[in-house]
Design a protein around this ligand. Structure first.
Ligand code: TK8
Length: 342
């Protein structure tokens, strides 16, 4: 079903692209009354704070641009998975998506710095690093060379582990668990180091894979676990907090370059403003939805700081192998920014 939808979506995109050959230059566009369209797609569903914040982005951009830009929103991987959507951004057949940083690392390897387990100690520190540090900005500045523009960091959040086999409290409990990971080499290596059997897979396939038992579990922030109803096919939740995932609001560079400076400013500001809203919503959801998951019957396992230290010690050597790919300087800068934030 999904693939049929994707093909239809792609054709629509190509047709839309053919129709709008005229160059955008703010004023004239408005006179002719023809809005340029941002097709924005995400993997999460329409209950997730990311989607609600995307609607906020739409509201701000459509208002501030006086209708010169229209935003069409798609959720639940309707336009494809994270990789497909980023490739469509590069081609200019889709204009916007908001992936986690992990799949972005397949395009800009430096983004894997955020995949290093336990690199962020808290949301507050993550905020300071992502919203205020030079290195976070420098990473966004590497995107245009890949045909994408990074407007802002949003929050997916600390990732926790679910599975249908055992309650995972310490490193040894990962043994032989078949865990879906994002399509990211560092994640795969880290889960291997823990003795798990990592299986990279697109987000949209995860629920069915767990339902059919082709995988034992997955890892995502609480809000995603609840809103995607993973509790219906998973018994155990462990509060591992092993990785903090930022989201990045990505725009196609094709669309960006066709926009006036004024429109670019409107889109950047809107992404930042909607980002504040998204952080607020997702933090509320992560607290509330943990209670919801308990009520729904999931067993929740706390993970001690000592157990996290052990997991970190086990994954560190695997992570070390990625230092050259990520760039030692980038890693040092992020670690320094984390220190400064504390
Ligand atoms: C949604 C993804 C998701 C991510 C994952 O497209 O794949 O597990 O955490 O939020 O970006």
């Amino acid at each position: 079903f999904l693939s049929v939808f994707m093909v239809v979506a792609l054709f629509t995109a190509v047709l839309a692209g053919c129709g709008s050959s005229e160059k955008a230059s703010g004023g004239e566009e408005k006179k002719s009354g023809k809005a340029r369209v941002i097709r924005a797609g995400i993997g999460l569903n329409d209950k997730h704070p990311q989607y609600l914040a995307l609607l906020k982005f739409k509201e701000i951009v459509e208002k501030e641009s006086n209708g010169s830009i229209k935003v069409e929103t798609y959720h639940s991987s309707q336009l494809g998975d994270d990789r497909a959507m980023m490739e469509a951004l590069q081609l200019g057949t889709q204009q916007m998506t908001i992936p986690s940083t992990a799949p972005i690392a397949n395009f800009v390897p430096e983004f894997s710095v955020y995949d290093i387990p336990f690199i962020f100690p808290s949301e507050e520190v993550a905020d300071k690093v992502l919203l205020e540090s030079d290195v976070a900005k420098e990473l966004l500045d590497k995107l245009p060379a890949q045909g994408m523009v990074g407007l802002a960091y949003w929050e997916n959040g600390f990732r926790d582990l679910t599975n249908d086999k055992v309650s995972v409290a310490t490193a040894k409990d990962f043994k032989n668990l078949k865990i879906r990971t994002m399509e990211n080499q560092l994640h795969i290596a880290a889960f291997k180091a823990l003795g798990a059997n990592p299986t990279p897979m697109a987000f949209a396939e995860v629920f069915t894979a767990m339902q059919q038992g082709t995988i034992d579990g997955q890892e995502n922030p609480i809000a995603t676990i609840y809103l995607q109803k993973y509790n219906e096919v998973q018994k155990h939740l462990s509060l591992t907090h092993h990785v903090y995932s930022p989201f990045v609001v990505l725009l196609s560079k094709v669309f960006w370059d066709e926009s006036s400076k004024e429109e670019q400013d409107i889109m950047t500001k809107a992404a930042q403003e909607a980002g504040e809203y998204e952080r607020k919503l997702i933090r509320e959801a992560n607290v509330q939805n943990l209670e919801d998951l308990k009520k729904a019957g999931m067993t929740v396992t706390e993970v001690t700081p000592e157990a996290r230290e052990e997991m970190k010690a086990i994954t560190d050597p695997a992570v070390e192998k990625f230092a050259d790919k990520i760039g030692k300087e980038t890693i040092e800068k992020v670690k320094k920014a984390v220190e400064d934030a504390q």
